[in-house]
Structure formats: C-alpha cells, structure tokens
Design a protein around this ligand. Sequence first.
Ligand code: FAD
Length: 394
Amino acid sequence: MSGAGLVVVGSGPAGISAAESYRRNGGEGPVVVLSADTDLPYERPPLSKDFLRGDLDEVADGDELFLHPPEWFVERDVDLRHGKPVTEIDVEAHTVTVDGERIPYGALVLACGAGPSPLPVPGGERALLLRALADARRLRDAAADAKSAVVIGAGFIGCEAAASLAMRGLSVTLVAPDEVPQANRLGVEAGRRLLDLVTATGVRYVAGTSVTSVDESGVRLDDGVTVDCDLVLAATGVTPHSEIASAAGLNVRDSRIVVGADMRTSAADVYAAGDVAFAFNTAAGRHVAVEHWQDAVDHGDVAGAQAAGVTATWHAVPGFWSTIGDTAVKYHAWGDGYDASRVVDHDDGFTVWYEAAGKTVGVLTCNADDDYDLGEGLIADGRPAPVETTRTGT
Ligand SMILES: Cc1cc2nc3c(=O)[nH]c(=O)nc-3n(C[C@H](O)[C@H](O)[C@H](O)COP(=O)(O)OP(=O)(O)OC[C@H]3O[C@@H](n4cnc5c(N)ncnc54)[C@H](O)[C@@H]3O)c2cc1C
C-alpha cells in the first residue's frame, strides 16, 4: 500500500471494523472513513427492536445505540467524515470523489451496505422505510402519534418491527405474500413458529396478499380489501449499494461486489466488505451472500488486516440473532438453499435443521442454544444433521 493510507467508504459495522482492524494489525497510514450517514456510527439491530419500542434512548456517549464515543476515533487517529456520499471511484488514479473533492487512497475498503427497496406501487412513497437511524427516528415519531400500522413484508425486520409496534400498543397488520412468514426461505413449519411469535404480540397476519397501492387512508391489497391505518412501513428487502463499484468497472454480480476470502475485489488495492460484498467463504468452499451484523464485522476485520499487510481470510459460518417480541431466534446458515429439513419442538422453543446433499447447511433455533452451537460446527465441517431430515425441495 502506498503512503496515501486507508480510505473506507461506509460507517456501518463492516467499515468501522475495517478501520479498527487496520490499526490493530499495525497499519500506520492515515485512515479516513467517508460515510453518507449523518449520524455517528450506531447499532442497526436495535432500530427494529428496543429503539422502536421506546426502550433505548439516544445518548451519544455511554449508550448502547452508538458503536463508539467520538474519542474512540480520535484515539485511533481515524478521520470520520460523515453526511456526504462517495460518488466516484477512479481505480487507475487510486482516488474517490466526495462532494467534488478527490481523495487519494493506498487501499480502499468499500463497505457501503445496502438500502431498503422502495415499495414499487402507486403511493409507495408514502410507506416509511427502515435502515438508517434517521429512518428509525421518523418511524418512532410516527408511531408515537399513531393508533394503527400496516407492515409490509414478513422477513426478520418486518416481523421484528411489527411486533415492536404492537408492543407499543398499536393495532398492527402484517401483510405478506407467503402463507406464513418466510416460508420460501425457511420452510412452512419454521414459518408457522415464527408466525406464533409475531401473533403472540398482538399482530394480525394477512397472508397470501400483496399490496397494490398506498393512499392517505391506508393500504389496498390485491384482493380489493383496504386496510385503514395511520402509518405504513415497507420492509420488503434491500438492494446492495454497489453502483459506484459497477461504474468503476469492478466485478459485480447480482448487485454485490465479488471478492475472494481475503475481501479483495477485481481492482488492485480495493476491498469490499459487509452486505455489499459477495465473498468467498473458505469453510463453505463457495461465495455466499450475507446480510448480518457479525458477518459484516468479520468481513471488515479481514479487509482491514489485508490492507495493513496481514494475511486473513473469511471462514466463519454466517449467523445472526433476531428478537421477535421478547423471544430470541438464532440462525446459522450458508443461506443459499437446502433440500431437506426437520423441525424439532422443545418445551419452550424449537430447532429446525436444514441439509443439502446430506450435509448440514443451516440451523434455526429458539431457546435451544446447544443446538445453535452444535449446528455451527456441523455446518462448518459439512457433517449431517443429528436428526433425520425429510426432503423439502426448496
Ligand atoms: C432495522 C434493522 C435491524 C437489523 N437487525 C439485525 C439483527 O438483529 N441481526 C443481524 O445480524 N443483522 C441485523 N440487521 C442487518 C445488519 O444491520 C446489516 O447486515 C449490517 O448493518 C451490514 O453492515 P454493513 O457495514 O455492510 O452495511 P451498513 O450497516 O448498511 O452500512 C453501510 C454504510 O455505508 C454508507 N454508504 C452507502 N453508500 C455510500 C456512499 N456512496 N458513500 C459513502 N457512504 C455510503 C451508509 O451510509 C452506511 O454508513 C438489521 C438491519 C436493520 C436495518
């Protein structure tokens, strides 16, 4: 790396972890983190949980919401510049452009994350979105004045947000095309158990429908029914922020920047990490797409080490925890499909095992931490699940 130092684009977990790892691994060049976000780096997971419920206040110092106090950046000599997006990368000149200014890099880490997909129906712009702290503030303020809400999309963020709004006392309708939440991704039996967790908080689930329009009175469904409500949240998935990488000629597949296990992109001295990356995992033996907090931290850790000249690779089994109502659900998986599964119910929870070609590829648990830990090892080693699975054909 030249003396121009490390430039990181993005101040989410991947970007901050890359800056931290670069320093920890002996990187001595200047470090600049450029972020479009207007806030100091913060935790995203609480935004659909404690923060939305009103159980977590915003205090910049000493509060769990923020990743680090301002001194943390000063102590590590990390120059955090936020509020303006990087608009261009010149891989030949080794520069990025922010607000018309060209900033040189010796190594560049692209940790631009992903943005929520807007609702593609008439009036869709009326629906609130949830990704940044600014979005969460808008949603929380709207919820404070609302009696009813419609949440569109029953992925983990939709389920979490619906439950949190219901726990605030709103009358909440969760609308999704699946018979049960995440039937396509996790299977019908797993989806039933997620549905139980969501409805236990008072949420009403409307299955098998899609939204055709949004207007001032609420949401219109494709069966002609209108659900009146005071606020609408669209939680219908995200699109990785790979536009500047594509424009710079980097190898991008399905909107993600393709990287090796060392997080190197197709351009010299450019790395990508986190939700925007399509990274090779050495344990999986293939590229996998992940959208989880800890995996973004792990990616950033590898990218920062590499930028400092220390060899590192990504090998961890992806995973995350979700909280729906008061219940935690934990998931380890490569996330690219399975052909057989088995649900095992416990007294106060469940485990779902997923296999592909006889190897464990996922485990979803609720109050079954031993299975969660066991599953991680089985997935890493490509061993069979501890129970017999049945073919499900996803
Ligand atoms: C409400 C919510 C709840 C979640 N809950 C969980 C959970 O419980 N568990 C879990 O594992 N995961 C959860 N996630 C997902 C997790 O937060 C993400 O996987 C993680 O934040 C990805 O990290 P990242 O650093 O790759 O991207 P991000 O956190 O999205 O950060 C990307 C950064 O890049 C910046 N940026 C984008 N484009 C540019 C540009 N052109 N120039 C400059 N800066 C740019 C953005 O402003 C942002 O700062 C949740 C996400 C949300 C939104």
